[in-house]
Ligand binder design. Sequence first.
Ligand code: ADP
Length: 444
Amino acid sequence: LLGTTVPNIDDSLNNPEDDEDDVVDLAANSLLNKLIHQSLVESSHLVEVLQKDPSSPLYSVKTFEELRLKEEILKGIYAMGFNRPSKIQEMALPMMLAHPPQNLIAQSQSGTGKTAAFVLAMLSRVNALDMFPQCLCLAPTYELALQTGHVVEQMGKFCMNVNVMYAIRGNHIPRGTEVTKQIVIGTPGTVLDWCFKRKLIDLTKIRVFVLDEADVMMDTQGFSDQSIRIQRALPSECQMLLFSATFEDSVLQFAERIIPDPNVIKLRKEELTLNNIQQYYVLCENKKDKYQALCNIYGGITIGQAIIFCQTRRNAKWLTVEMMQDGHQVSLLSGELTVDQRASIIQRFRDGKEKVLITTNVCARGIDVKQVTIVVNFDLPTNQALEPDYETYLHRIGRTGRFGKKGLAFNMIEVNKLPLLMQIQDHFNSSIKHLDPEDMDEIE
Ligand code: ADP
């Protein structure tokens, strides 16, 4: 049994929070994405560019050499294993490194190379001989700030005397200390404090200002206003860059408020589709019955790896214990785990160490494990009003049309939930077939 992946499962069976739906925490998900994306995310779309000055020529690069970077930065990039710019970097880097500096708003999903791009820009514009902050990067959380700082350290490995400092809560700077590091990465509240109250950072000397994860930032109370206050105190010649994984209108409005005269670059996300997924439902009486059906399915077809979604932590834990007792190799991913623990569970699953991953909605979004052939909805996704949650259904089961392989999806349904399932079927205009779990031959 894999006791190690499910810490103290029995002790925690009676936690009152277990009956609540796990909510999606944007910042935590973003961090998780960073921890598990060790390579670039593919996209079949073209990069869309909106230039501030449409008449100026548009440059794109296919190699890092074309950017005429400092030797030590180029060395850092190659040491990270990058061979050529990513799709978004091809367009964004020439703009970001242009003289005079240009402002940029860039949107593309997590894993497409945004962080690497702005770290490159910061390193290129830093003067190592000036011992004061010259680049300022705002991030929504302490952990995300550290991740970005880590990229600066890697890429800047050969840049002598260029250093990073973190303006995050808990990083106490004694009175009278002078900040000599050139790159400061921090959360808006603490940065504001360092700039205005403690006067540790002189904003008039900042050359590059980066606002990362604008969508997550906006989701946090007060961060938009604090970011705007910081931005207002920057010199007009400071280069301003804003990045976001998603681009709803509200994010774009915020971006345009904070970044004057921007170029805008967008890389559309691969759309999720149910087209290449065979969907089935099994009618069940209760939880035990669902489990039995699951076992039948499991015994009936050859399964690569499976993800099973439950609506509450309690159900997820219950199912994990049941399956473990029956000798299955399963792991449990749920909201009470730290992001590091989640990342390690997902990594183990990716490496094939467990065949089954049981989870709540924490894992429904953004996380793709390519080799998963089967998705099971042990509970149908519903919202607070107990209506079907279409978007979550799509995120759990859908694949990207172009890169996704064929998949199988099973919905375990109590009879009274059947109308909800029919609503889902109609909504997506795709067929969900009834399956008798005793008769697996029906599966195509
Ligand atoms: P984003 O900020 O959009 O989430 P990152 O910059 O973190 O994307 O890049 C995602 C992953 O791809 C990281 O592991 C990063 O090291 C890697 N990566 C970024 N740019 C390149 C590149 N040009 N070539 C290869 N890998 C890259």
